[in-house]
Design a protein. Structure first.
Length: 189
């Protein structure tokens, strides 16, 4: 059943967890390293991951003998590594040249549809109906796509020094989020 208030709540919850605005420095950095970000592909893959996880997430984790806590900790470790890249200015994730994986790892997963997002989707199933969650996912994906498409414009507006500052600030924020996800879930495994 479609309830506007619930759609709004789901949309805001997912918006805060996905945090695409906070990921802008990462996206710009990935584009610099790889030359191009496939906005449509990254958005589509993120959407597929979220929708599959909405319907099959619990079963997929159980199939591999995993729990939500383990999944969240693994995602937190990847986010931690990305944050360290941002803060220290080092490269740990290397591009495979012309590989299309750049839009998938680490952009579609774990930045957009990461452990936090997928775990949140599993959690909100207990409160909201599936149609309302699906609409919230689609609204967030539309916003993600718009942000990904505008990274070149944002980079021009920020300049190199502005980007460098933003990259480190958001690196620290991402690091804090990774530590929080790790801390909140390490006791669950």
């Amino acid at each position: 059943m479609f309830i506007l208030k619930d759609v709004f709540s789901v949309t805001l919850i997912l918006f805060s967890v996905i945090d695409i605005l906070g990921s802008i420095p990462i996206v710009i950095d990935l584009r610099k390293k790889q030359g191009k970000i496939h906005s449509g592909r990254a958005t589509l893959i993120s959407g597929v991951l979220m929708i599959v996880f909405l319907f099959l997430g619990q079963s997929i984790l159980q199939l591999f003998g995993l729990d939500i806590g383990s999944f969240a900790v693994a995602g937190a470790i990847v986010m931690f590594i990305i944050a360290m890249e941002m803060i220290l200015g080092v490269t740990l994730f290397r591009s495979d040249g012309e590989s299309k994986a750049g839009s998938i790892v680490p952009l579609a997963f774990p930045l957009i549809a990461g452990a936090g997002t997928l775990t949140t989707i599993l959690s909100i199933r207990a409160v909201y109906t599936t149609p309302n969650i699906l609409i919230g996912i689609v609204i967030n994906l539309a916003f993600v796509y718009l942000v990904l498409k505008s990274t070149s414009w944002l980079e021009r507006k920020l300049g190199d020094s502005g980007f460098s500052i933003l990259r480190r600030v958001f690196g620290i924020i991402l690091l804090a989020i990774a530590v929080k996800i790790f801390k909140d879930n390490i006791g669950l495994i």
